[in-house]
Design a protein around this ligand. Structure first.
Ligand code: PLP
Length: 315
């Protein structure tokens, strides 16, 4: 959007799917009825509320670009993500459930648009024997080597999802009794379980302060926080990450509008109160959440070790 000179208005997330809040989106259209494009991402492999967002888009004559980069193979009401946008994308970046090390897919039902995008991605070469250029193009085409790697992996998508699901379920069982929750699985969705994430309950958070590129915390008996847990994992050479930092909190977009269920806010709000009454759910999730090691090659013993490390953080 920014490359094309557009200005994004950021929409808050919701706690039951960790994806775009239809309620906040509706609020955004009430404030900005002329907007004609929605970018809907399905994060961590869990589909967002596709029907509700499609209904809002149709009511306002807007198109949807569906970012299914992380959710390849996940489905909403039995339909795979990547089928809901007017234009959709899937990523084959190195960390995705099917990977070619980089690259991805662009999906659309429009044959004409597919041809146009293929042309733009290939330096906008016109249909001529020589290099003929009549409009600006990009050098974004997928190499045949990456395509070969991706095609070799595609038959294993279901296996990868099953492995990721087993990891998620082992974590969920292992964390029973701790003041934490896993990333939610909303009704009507079958995620691809790409990343298992953890959320520390407000009541069990020790003090944690984050700057732009570092974080500190104060240990407390019976409490922990993402910074402490990530440090403990790192000591065992296990990689975790905070959950994605919301776009409206990114310095580059700090002056952009950000719409919550309660209306308009500028980026970098200090305004969240508590779960449930949060006016900035994205910020709340960022403070309390972390991504756990989730590689599909992890063994049950390795997952058990991660569970034990997390448990010790709360002692
Ligand atoms: C939600 C989301 N959108 C877009 C991208 C970008 O995809 P790519 O790296 O294939 O350009 C990623 C990850 O890489 C992602 O997780």
């Amino acid at each position: 959007m920014a490359y094309e000179g557009g200005e994004a208005i950021f929409i808050d997330t919701e706690l039951d799917s960790w994806n775009m809040s239809p309620e906040a989106l509706e609020k955004a259209f009430a404030l900005y009825p002329d907007v004609r494009l929605i970018v809907l991402a399905h994060l961590y492999g869990t589909p967002g509320k596709c029907d509700e967002i499609r209904a809002i888009a149709d009511r306002h004559g807007a198109l949807i670009v569906e970012d299914a980069a992380e959710s390849f193979g996940a489905s909403y009401k039995g339909v795979q993500t990547g089928m809901f946008g007017d234009y959709s994308i899937i990523s084959f970046n190195g960390n995705k459930i099917i990977t070619g090390s980089s690259g991805g897919m662009f999906l659309t039902d429009s044959r004409e648009d597919a041809h146009r995008v293929r042309k733009w991605s290939t330096q906008s070469r016109e249909n001529a024997a020589w290099y003929q250029h009549e409009e600006l193009g990009y050098n974004y085409r997928m190499s045949n080597i990456i395509a070969g790697v991706v095609r070799g992996q595609l038959p294993y998508l279901e296996d990868h999802i099953a492995q990721k699901k087993a990891i998620y379920e082992q974590y969920r069982e292992g964390f029973r009794g701790l003041p934490v929750r896993m990333n939610p699985i909303p009704a009507d969705t079958e995620p691809n379980y790409w990343l298992s994430c953890l959320l520390v309950d407000e009541s069990a958070m020790c003090r944690q302060v984050r700057g732009d590129s570092n974080a500190i915390y104060v240990t407390e008996p019976g409490k922990s926080c993402p910074t402490e847990i990530l440090g403990a994992l790192m000591a065992f050479n296990a990689e975790g990450r905070p959950v994605w930092k919301p776009m409206h909190m990114q310095p580059i977009y700090r002056n952009h509008l950000f719409i919550t269920t309660q209306g308009i806010a500028r980026g970098r709000t200090n305004a969240y109160i508590d779960e449930g009454t949060a006016v900035d759910n994205g910020k709340w999730l960022f403070k309390h959440g972390l991504c756990l090691p989730s590689d599909n090659k992890m063994t049950a013993a390795q997952v058990a070790l991660v569970i034990e490390i997390v448990k010790r953080c709360f002692r």
